[in-house]
Design a protein. Structure first.
Length: 102
């Protein structure tokens, strides 16, 4: 099993736009084969207020490839990404794969 970790730098003044994006893509992620661990938003309690995370697990890289292909055709996902891009709530993204220690 592998987990995709997406680190977002967000415009902290557009946190609501990012949250709307994250909520909108939960269903497409699951429908297209991702095992969504969650989207995590920053808090004012501790740490940076302009960073968010998403973690999505897959059986292997082949499952991830199938997921990416399905996601690229998913109308709700495509519309959600367009709204996110139009709002400019995401400054940058960094993706990496992690393995769970068992």
């Amino acid at each position: 099993m592998i987990t995709l970790c997406i680190r977002y730098e967000i415009d902290q003044n557009k946190l609501r736009d990012f949250e709307a994006y994250a909520r909108a893509i939960l269903e497409p992620i699951r429908r297209c084969g991702g095992d969504l661990l969650g989207y995590f938003l920053p808090t004012k309690l501790a740490g940076p207020t302009n960073q968010a995370l998403a973690m999505i697990s897959f059986a292997d890289l082949v499952a991830y490839q199938r997921y990416r292909e399905a996601l690229a055709k998913d109308e709700k996902f495509i519309a959600s990404v367009k709204c996110m891009e139009d709002s400019r709530c995401v400054v940058s993204e960094d993706r990496s794969f992690l393995q769970r220690v068992q």
